[in-house]
Write a protein that binds this ligand. Structure first.
Ligand code: ADP
Ligand code: ASP
Ligand code: MG
Length: 832
């Protein structure tokens, strides 16, 4: 005897029913089989919705029509595709179910409530309607089938909606169907899942009961245990059990083998793949369970058994990660709890008397708090029971009022081998804190087979994804949201495209999820296809650039590592960086504006980034691709201090002043630089030194100075009586007036063996911008032709300063610098 269970997904439509019955026929050719079927996909949910609707006083006619139509359509299609399928007989057989459904729901509508007994009769209707269809298909396929009504064979007691099996009574009822018990036995026994013969007390009069939502899995294992099956197969819509719900974690890994205990724990803590009670009866009898895909029967599937398994040998400590949503965390706390015996047992007794089971329990070591989780639907009842139990203690201030945190999720990592590994819990908690997820409670199963944390409900999926990344070493995602795709942004997007494969080989999966420019905006959670003409796609998007839409998108889709890249020269956008960080994105930008705003904003930006566990990265703010910011941060983190700084931080000024060395006139040097487009369209924007001042400000702040842009002393390079106003052309025409001034200066300096440079200095707590007179022994002496140089004198780098020089501008190197920043958000290198 073999037991096969087909879930709603395997009964989704006529095609799937045919595929599933084909699997049954195949199995029946070599073994006798017992088959348990669920309701057609969606029907149980529709029935639940109809109950809710009726309780609210509404008519159920439309809902019933819908359910009837679903079944009729399946029958119609089966009739047209499968010869010998008696559709009329099936519809006649199930029609009374719809009639009864109508009567029951009308009653619910009238009374505005749905007692348990009625609830069970309504909810079980899905399975009762599915069985005749499957039966007729099997008959058409010439199988010898006996339908066994679970309402007469699977006995339960306890909660009518979520019964506990009466194994002995069930086994006795099914004993005539065990292999060899009777002559001429049918090869196929067909059972409706989910429904049962419930009685209040064992052995009593029965009514229709249920095994809880998703309970057909449990039906199958009860049947397998009662019939002494050699195997129990669970046919569903995925290839087996994965390391996490494949709907949540795209790159979840299929597990070959699992022990009963692991699978039990996984389903108990929310993995929908099997009903939590399913494995107990199988484990008790050593019946192997298999999770299989009815849409891909050739796949091996996952075996669940006693273990140990060969396949587990090389596996890591964690076998699966699950998330149980819609739970509440209840805390009992107060000074009166310290050292008192009996409080814990009173808590547990009161909750258990209320018929509520605790999903997880933790106690703080000071005994000051006991917290536990229950299903959210039971939290009010649990709270009331506890308030009543401890009314006196609460009145006397020994205990606080019972605290309930609604909408929490329990995220668990599970694996038999966890107990042999140290550091598993630490890694788990790291994975959550790296995403800024606040942990409300932690519990470890006494078997050390599971570690669970309680987090806010909205963080459940993110927590699973992040933990999965840490434990299964899957590619670490980076989701780039690019604002601005001009020379730097465009170069960056192309660099990302070109590096994608190489990074993937190093386990980093970088994708661009949004490109927003003045011409349009595209957003795609799966990553924009960059192989084609993405600029054209942006233009044709028909959307306008919209930061709020991106923020909302990130909040709702919760990517694991979103990085906002501001490649605009926007003056306003940086004011929204706080919102961007709070939405959960890191920021990487060459835009200097944010760091040169007020000191107050500068600090706030860092506070918010820390609070949000996100990074604010701006290596390219000074020196473009040159390693300046990171170098400084590393120096200062290790305790070094800045004692002085000189820098040439502008390519155009480097070029212009370098030309003076060669004897060029100042006006000619400027003209040449302008023609070569080394300067801004208006060269005064360079010559006034405002951009240099911003960079110097950032370096000064980086070194720990609290300073505003206005505090920087701007020493004009022009003689006081020179008029730098007017249009660009007027200015350029007037420029030769200062040639004599610079010639004189250069002549003087030449005598001393010096040259003239323009840049910034930091000395004695003051920042200044202007001309620097530089001798041969100065690192800035040879810096010209567009090169930048940064000379840091620090407590440790003395007397020879730390000098960084090279090209400090250009789309390619700047984009590469931003790329480097983006890569810094990958904060760890997970190992198995
Ligand atoms: P059925 O109708 O066959 O009972 P369910 O929808 O109840 O199917 O369960 C199968 C679903 O369980 C899968 O589609 C998958 O999304 C979900 N699931 C959750 N956790 C896991 C996991 N760890 N491995 C496989 N599937 C999982
Ligand atoms: N049809 C029931 C439900 O959806 C039982 C099952 O499918 O396992 O809950
Ligand atoms: Mg299921």
């Amino acid at each position: 005897m073999l037991t096969l269970k087909f879930g709603g997904t395997s009964m989704g439509n006529a095609r799937r029913i045919l595929d599933s019955t084909e699997i049954m026929v195949g199995r029946a050719s070599s073994d006798r089989i017992s088959v348990i079927v669920s309701a057609v996909a969606g029907v149980s949910n529709a029935l639940q919705a109809a109950i809710d609707n009726a309780v609210a006083g509404n008519s159920s006619a439309a809902a019933i029509d819908g359910i009837r139509r679903t079944h009729r359509e399946i029958c119609e299609e089966l009739r047209s595709t499968l010869g010998g399928f008696d559709s009329e007989r099936v519809m006649n057989e199930i029609e009374p179910n719809f009639k009864e459904l109508g009567r029951l729901l009308d009653g619910v509508t009238t009374f505005g409530e749905c007692p348990k007994s009625i609830h069970c009769r309504i909810m079980g209707m899905g399975e009762l309607c599915c069985v005749p269809i499957v039966n007729a298909v099997l008959i058409a396929k010439k199988q010898s089938v006996v339908v066994l009504d679970s309402r007469k064979f699977i006995f339960t007691t306890g909660d009518q909606k979520e019964g506990d099996p009466d194994y002995a009574r069930t086994a006795a009822a099914l004993s005539p169907y065990r292999d060899g018990a009777e002559p001429n036995q049918a090869r196929v026994l067909l059972f409706p899942g989910f429904v049962s013969a419930w009685s209040k007390n064992s052995g009593g009069e029965t009514a229709m009961g249920l095994l809880g939502r998703n309970g057909s899995d449990f039906s199958a294992s009860i049947v397998a245990a009662a019939l002494g099956s050699k195997k129990c197969e669970f046919w569903t819509d995925v290839d087996g059990i994965y390391t996490a719900d494949p709907r949540v974690v795209q790159d979840a890994i299929l597990v070959d083998d699992m022990t009963y205990e692991e699978a039990m724990e996984l389903s108990f803590f929310g993995s929908k793949v099997l009903h939590p009670k399913t494995l107990a009866p199988l484990a008790a009898k050593g019946i192997e369970a298999w999770s299989l895909n009815s849409q891909n029967p050739a796949a091996r599937g996952t075996r669940i058994g006693r273990g140990p398994f060969e396949s587990e040998k090389n596996a890591g400590p964690v076998r699966g990660i699950s998330c149980l949503k819609k739970t509440s965390l209840i805390s009992v706390s107060g000074s009166g709890m310290k050292g008192k015996t009996g409080i814990a047992s009173r808590i547990f007794a009161a909750v258990s008397r209320a018929g509520i089971s605790m999903l997880l329990i933790t106690q703080s070591s000071s005994e000051y708090t006991i917290s536990f989780c229950v299903k959210q639907s039971q939290s009010a009842k649990a709270r009331d029971a506890l308030n009543q139990e401890f009314a006196l203690e609460i009145r006397d201030g020994l205990l606080n009022k019972i605290a309930v945190e609604e909408d929490t999720a329990i995220v668990s990592i599970i694996g038999d081998n966890m107990k042999m590994n140290c550091g598993v819990a630490g890694k788990f908690l790291d994975s959550l804190s790296s995403r800024g997820i606040n942990i409300r409670a932690i519990a470890q199963g006494s078997s050390e087979r599971s570690i669970s944390v309680v987090v806010g409900g909205e963080f459940g999926d993110t927590a699973v994804r992040s933990a999965h990344l840490f434990f299964f070493n899957t590619a670490q995602p980076i989701e780039v949201f690019a604002f601005g795709a001009g020379t730097i942004g465009g170069a960056l997007i192309e660099q990302i495209r070109d590096q994608h494969e190489k990074l993937l080989a190093q386990n980093v999966d970088i994708k661009v999820c949004a490109i927003s420019t003045l011409e349009g905006m595209i957003i795609d959670a799966n990553g924009i296809d960059l192989s084609g003409d993405w600029r054209e796609a942006v233009r044709k998007s028909g959307k306008t650039t919209n930061l709020d839409e991106i923020i909302e998108f990130v909040k709702s889709t919760k990517p694991l590592n979103p990085v906002f890249v501001d490649c605009t020269a926007s003056y306003d956008l940086p004011e929204r960086y706080l919102d961007i960080l709070r939405a959960g994105m890191s920021i990487a930008t060459p835009n200097k504006r944010a760091n040169s705003m007020s000191m107050e904003f500068y600090k706030k930006l860092r506070t918010v980034a820390n609070e949000s566990h996100r990074r604010f990265l701006y290596e390219t703010n000074v020196g473009a691709g040159l390693p300046i910011i990171d170098t400084l941060q590393n120096l200062f983190k290790s305790g070094d201090t800045l004692t002085g700084f000189n820098g040439i931080m502008s390519g155009s000024l480097s070029y212009i002043f370098g030309k003076l060395d060669e004897g060029k006139k100042f006006s000619e040097a400027v003209k040449e630089a302008k023609e070569l487009r080394y300067t801004e369209p208006d060269p005064r924007d360079d010559l006034k030194g405002t951009d240099v001042a911003r960079k110097a400000l950032i370096i000064a702040r980086e070194s720990g100075m609290s300073i505003e842009l206005d505090d920087i002393k701007m020493n004009s390079i022009f003689p006081a009586d020179f008029d730098i106003g007017g249009t660009v052309d007027e200015f350029m025409a007037r420029l030769p007036e200062v040639d004599a001034y610079f010639d004189a200066k250069m002549a003087e300096l030449r005598k001393e063996g010096k040259v003239l440079r323009m840049g910034a200095s930091i000395r004695d707590g003051k920042v200044s911008v202007g001309m620097l007179e530089v001798g041969t022994d100065d690192p800035l002496y040879g810096v010209k032709g567009g090169e930048n140089a940064f000379v840091f004198e620090t407590a440790r780098y003395t007397p020879i300063p730390l000098t960084v020089r090279g090209y400090g501008a250009g789309a390619g190197v700047t984009a590469a610098g931003v790329f480097g920043d983006i890569m810094r958000t990958v904060s760890f290198n997970p190992t198995k």
